[in-house]
Design a protein around this ligand. Structure first.
Ligand SMILES: Nc1nc2c(ncn2[C@@H]2O[C@H](COP(=O)(O)OP(=O)(O)OP(=O)(O)O)[C@@H](O)[C@H]2O)c(=O)[nH]1
Ligand SMILES: [Mg+2]
Length: 445
């Protein structure tokens, strides 16, 4: 007997040799460990009250259970939940026009006798309503992983508060199959395949009052063979606790349960029973010859609720945790199978990181030098081009200058010859004027 404080779970010896238990051998007297000497007591000590202490403690702390209902819109998810827990949960009718699948979780505190159960019901909204159903399972997978991730984050914290942590990991997934009588849809197979390593899947045939007895029998066989041929692993009621092994074996043979839900009370004989009333008769929800509702309630709530919680922790969460830690580089042993401590892994990772950092730094430095060199040669090339262009311009300029100087020289020559000619002309003009003046004087005389 042991109490896992983090999970507030009691493990009784009958469970210990089973799926989740340690691998050492157990006998009626308890486990025998090497080097541990059995001793008998001379009188009563009192630790035989430990089971009672644990039961009391668990009752004080309360329990939590989370159910995920996957099924198309209007298949009867909410009605079945209300019928199972004999209450009216908050129900919203979903539209058939949701652009994508969403998940809606609601948490309730339920009391039965002195036991408090914190129940979370998660419903798919818009499941199977989209034209393209290829990614319909993804929001469901993401939701389940998110709950695992937040539990892992809480576990990895330095200051943990797992004792009052609201564990939202999904313990049971009721997968509602449409009562077509034909076969499973590809959406059902794909979704269940994606989820079977993450959650305990319990398939149920919804609205089983709409299918005849012989068709139902064939439909169940067909569904189970399709699940097997597609390698879908559904939850099997455990056989390791011999007090319930017999009933669980029988119930495993009845899967998937064909269920009918109704919260309506109808008078049958002299008592009121939950039923669905039709013009031709009454389908009694709790009548085992009408449907498997009672089988589902017994298996899910009365007998295997604790196993579902335990499987979620020891199997599905453990797998998520292992993959996540391995992804982060943690491992229990080195390549030579020698145990590696967390400290060693941390140091090795740090060293690896520093080496990687140094390598990246060197690469960046080299790249920088290369780019500087490249830029430098580009600049030099530009400079050379500019220089040659400058030389060319200089030459052009010199040519133009010498042409202009030549022109100027010719102009100057023209100008001086013109000046000379003008001076000669002026001289001639002056001479002719003097000659004319002399002639006039002579005439007057
Ligand atoms: N024939 C039959 N009808 C049912 C059964 N369970 C529910 N219904 C009816 O199916 C309709 C839808 O039921 P809900 O329980 O609201 O279905 P749901 O899957 O919760 O619907 P959404 O949340 O809107 O997706 C209601 O009219 C119910 O009365 C059943 O077992 N048999
Ligand atoms: Mg609903």
């Amino acid at each position: 007997l042991s109490l896992d404080n983090d999970r507030r779970t009691i493990h009784y010896p009958l469970h210990m040799g089973g799926r989740g238990g340690p691998s050492q051998g157990y006998s009626a007297g308890g486990p025998h460990y090497k080097g541990v000497r059995p001793l008998s007591l001379a009188g009563h000590v009192g630790f035989d009250s430990l089971p009672d202490q644990l039961v009391n403690k668990s009752i004080c702390q309360g329990f939590c259970f989370n159910i995920l209902c996957i099924g198309e819109t209007g298949i009867g998810k909410s009605t079945l939940m209300d019928t199972l827990f004999n209450t009216n949960f908050e129900n919203f009718e979903s539209s058939h026009f949701e652009p994508q699948v969403k998940l809606r979780a609601q948490t309730y505190d339920l009391h039965e006798s002195n036991v408090r159960l914190r129940l979370t019901v998660v419903n798919t909204v818009g499941f199977g309503d989209q034209m393209n159903k290829q990614e319909s399972y993804q929001p469901v997978v993401d939701y389940i992983d998110r709950q695992f991730e937040s539990f892992l984050q809480e576990e990895l914290k330095i200051k943990r508060s797992l004792h009052n942590y609201h564990d939202s990991r999904v313990h049971a997934c009721l997968y509602f199959i449409s009562p077509s009588g034909h076969s499973l849809k590809s959406l059902d197979l794909v979704t269940m395949k994606k989820l079977d390593s993450k959650v305990n899947i319990i398939p149920v045939i919804a609205k089983a009052d709409t299918i005849s007895k012989s068709e139902l029998h064939k439909f169940k066989i067909k569904i189970m063979s399709e699940l097997v041929s597609n390698g879908v692993q559904i939850y099997q009621f455990p056989l390791d606790d011999e007090t319930v092994a017999k009933v669980n074996t029988a119930m495993n043979g009845h899967l998937p349960f064909a269920v009918v839900g109704s919260t309506e009370e109808v008078s049958v004989g002299n008592k009121m029973v939950k039923a669905r009333q039709y013009p031709w008769g009454v389908v009694q929800v709790e009548n085992e010859s009408h449907c498997d509702f009672v089988k589902l309630r017994e298996m899910l709530i009365c007998i295997n609720m604790e196993d579902l919680r335990e499987q979620t922790h020891t199997h599905h969460y453990e797998l998520y945790r292992r993959c996540k830690l391995e992804e982060m580089g943690f491992q229990d042993t080195d390549p030579e199978c020698k145990p590696v401590s967390l400290q060693q892994t941390y140091e090795a990772k740090r060293q690896e990181f520093l080496v990687e950092l140094q390598k990246r730094e060197d690469e960046m430095r080299q790249m920088f030098v290369q780019r500087v060199k490249l830029k430098e040669s580009e600049l030099k090339e530009d400079e050379r081009e500019l220089q040659s262009r400058f030389e060319q311009l200089k030459r052009l300029h010199a040519d133009e200058k010498s042409a202009l100087e030549e022109k100027k020289r010719l102009l100057d020559e023209d100008q001086s010859s013109f000046g000379k000619r003008r001076a000669a002309a002026q001289l001639l003009q002056a001479q002719s004027l003097t000659a004319n003046g002399k002639k006039d004087k002579d005439r007057k005389k």
